[in-house]
Ligand binder design. Structure first.
Ligand code: ADP
Ligand code: MG
Length: 253
């Protein structure tokens, strides 16, 4: 059975998509079977792997019509099958609105994913920057949540809100728990970031991953080139950080 992990934070630009993609690639390089689900209507994860799905083979189509199987498209890099991706288009925004008045609206992702859970070791779900119905679907489908965050003062308040959402969703999904908080683009040269990182570790203790992903321009460069950090030779240090994160995630499972 797959370990299903939602990557969530209602703040945008904190590294959710980057974490999903790079952690997913790192787990795949450990010979684990990985599915990445793009649950953000912006489709950044889908674009990152250069996939342009047909509208009837997307996450949105499968959530709206229970007869449409959940999509899983193989992604290859350097001639090697890495992971599968469940792709999204902007139509997911309209689908979310349509879903809000449908039966079982919070359970659809969980139920559509169910037939796939034996095919993977890890299913990572990238979520939009909100605590709306799509993120709720991710939290209902998952067993745990990884929360990427910046080390900024205003990011800390958001963590309490997300924790409250996790507790609320436990009403439908008692297994759901916080898998870990990840400092996902930390710049230790900045005094504020250093202080906030220390405060975060003090306040949240072991919930914070030991591994820190440092702010690293090569991550951006690899993404722009349509590569994971593992395929971009100049991003070797970034790849090493995500490899360490993958080891920590595996050990926490
Ligand atoms: N560790 C990092 N170092 C530098 N840039 C990063 C890092 N992590 C993410 N980014 C960049 O920050 C931006 C926002 O990241 P993204 O993963 O899209 O956030 P989210 O999905 O939470 O909106 C992207 O341009 C991404 O390439
Ligand atoms: Mg994103």
């Amino acid at each position: 059975m797959a370990r299903i992990i939602a990557v969530a934070n209602q703040k945008g630009g904190v590294g959710k998509t980057t974490t999903t993609l790079s952690l997913g690639a790192a787990l795949a390089h450990c010979n684990l079977r990985v599915l990445l689900v793009d649950l953000d209507p912006q489709g950044n994860l889908t674009s990152a792997v250069g996939h342009r799905p047909a509208e009837d083979q997307t996450v949105a189509a499968s959530l709206l019509n229970l007869r449409v199987p959940f999509p899983a498209v193989p992604f290859e890099e350097n001639g090697q099958a890495l992971f599968d991706i469940a792709p999204t288009t902007a139509a997911l925004a309209a689908a979310e609105a349509a879903l809000s008045v449908r039966i079982g609206r919070e359970l659809r992702l969980r139920d559509q994913l169910a037939p796939l859970t034996n095919r993977y070791d890890y299913i990572l779900i990238d979520t939009p920057p909100s605590l709306g119905l799509l993120t709720i679907n991710a939290l209902v489908a998952a067993q745990e949540v990884i929360v990427p965050t910046e080390a900024r003062y205003f990011s800390l308040q958001g963590l309490q809100l997300l924790k409250a959402s996790i507790e609320e969703v436990q009403y439908l999904n008692a297994k759901l728990h916080l898998g870990g908080i990840l400092l996902s683009k930390l710049d230790r040269r900045l005094r504020e970031e250093k202080a906030v990182a220390a405060y975060l570790r003090e306040e949240w203790g072991e919930a914070v991953f030991t591994t820190e992903i440092r702010s690293n321009s090569k991550i951006l460069e690899a993404a722009s080139a349509g590569q994971t950090v593992f395929a971009a030779p100049q991003a070797r240090r970034a790849a090493q950080m995500y490899r360490a994160l993958a080891q920590e995630v595996i050990a926490r499972g």
